[in-house]
Design a protein around this ligand. Structure first.
Ligand SMILES: [Zn+2]
Length: 400
């Protein structure tokens, strides 16, 4: 093994930034010519670092270390959101190249379509853990109606086998990523050691009232489903801070009033509500509070409220030994300038964590901007990040 080369790491990042360049960011939707060019660029880089490079039937680029293990898996995604940032995903992939160049026993992955151009996202990481069926691939398409099958054919990937993780090959998975928030910057810190990726618990609230005339029906008589919905949501917002965690979030993404006309009292309201946290006990406290508030609304209001759980995901917790390696490396190279923190956004690591120990490292995002071409991180934070990841990977490899 040789020392990590942060300058070569930055050079690679800046080279990749030119592929599909859009203003100061990039436009590389999955399987587009620009995206495929970036995948070919990556394969050349991996081969130049001595890895065996290949691309599979879903577009995953794999760089396989030829020497003996134990091996680490390092990676992220290389496609971007539309007209978006140059670091989201690319950072974690190029970090893998940097560790390979330093001679660490790493396999590198660029997982296809984490960003969900062809569906719900994470196609590549779901595929390698065996959680993407051919029937699901048949169903996927993008916003312009191109099916995933057509896109794979046009990209020259049709008929290629899809890679699967080799059981027992990897000691753990590291994903380096930009924070995509302002926590580190606000605290004046440079490294985030991720504790886990939050779970989203999604709910549907249906409020049944009475559709009626907005002038003829007196205020005392009416059963306004819209008003009940709004009062309930305000009560949730008032109560949740008492039971939520420090970094919990809750969001009402959609309120539909039926029939939704200016002079009709809404007879029905449907609300999509979600909350997120990394801790199951916190999620359960929020659920209990939500249920209590719905019961209270049903006692007090003239409308009937029903609550349905749409989905309750499991948080992906980072591996404690890998987190310790990251924390020790951060303290060595950035004393007192790092913190532990959850990830509020989803990442490929949440899927890989179902098959092996996984951990994530965050570097600050300038002004928290991401999924926008202005997304950026200071060069010195990128360089510090790769040095911390390299030190952590060496420490973790040395653990028994
Ligand atoms: Zn990303």
């Amino acid at each position: 093994m040789t020392a990590i080369d942060p300058d070569a790491f930055l050079r690679d990042l800046y080279e990749l930034r030119k592929i599909g360049q859009f203003r100061t960011g990039v436009h590389r939707p999955t399987y587009s010519p620009q995206d495929m060019e970036s995948r070919r660029w990556l394969m050349e880089k991996l081969a130049a670092c001595g890895l065996e490079a290949s691309i599979d039937g879903i577009g995953n680029v794999y760089g396989r270390h030829k020497g003996p293990g134990p091996h680490l898996l390092v990676g992220s995604h290389i496609e971007s959101q539309n007209e978006a940032g140059w670091l989201d995903g690319a950072l974690g992939v190029v970090a893998g190249v940097a560790l390979a160049r330093a001679g660490l026993p790493v396999d590198v992955f660029a997982f296809a379509d984490e960003e969900g151009h062809f569906g719900g996202g994470f196609l590549g990481s779901l595929s390698i853990i065996g959680d993407l069926t051919d029937a699901e691939i048949d169903r996927c398409h993008n916003r312009t109606g191109t099916t995933l099958r057509e896109a794979l054919r046009n990209a020259g990937l049709e008929g290629k086998p899809r890679l699967q993780l080799e059981p027992g090959r990897h000691k753990g998975f590291f994903e380096m990523h930009i924070e995509q928030g302002t926590q580190l910057e606000r605290a004046g810190l440079h490294i985030g050691v991720v504790t886990g990726i939050v779970a989203i618990w999604q709910w549907r609230l249906v409020i049944e009232g009475q559709q009626d005339h907005a002038g003829g029906t007196t205020m005392a008589e009416r059963k306004d489903a819209g008003l009940t919905a709004v009062r309930l949501l305000a009560a949730i917002d008032a109560e949740f801070p008492r039971v939520a965690g420090e970094r919990s979030t809750w969001t009402t993404g959609r309120i539909v009033l039926d029939p939704g006309a200016a002079s009709i009292i809404p007879g029905r309201a449907e609300v999509l509500f979600q909350f997120r946290d990394v801790s199951v006990p916190v999620l359960e406290r929020m659920e209990a509070t939500l249920r209590a508030l719905v019961r209270e609304a049903n006692r007090r209001e003239r409308c009937a409220v029903t609550l349905d759980a749409v989905s309750k995901a499991v948080p992906a917790l980072c591996d404690p030994t890998m987190m310790r390696s990251l924390a020790e490396a951060a303290e060595q190279l950035a004393p007192a300038a790092w913190q532990e923190m959850p990830s509020g956004a989803g990442h490929d690591a949440q899927n890989i964590a179902r098959r092996m120990p996984a951990a994530m490292l965050f570097v600050p995002s300038i002004d928290g901007i991401s999924h926008h071409w202005a997304e950026d991180t200071k060069d010195e934070d990128l360089a510090l990040g790769i040095r911390v990841l390299d030190e952590a990977a060496r420490r973790f490899l040395a653990t028994s």
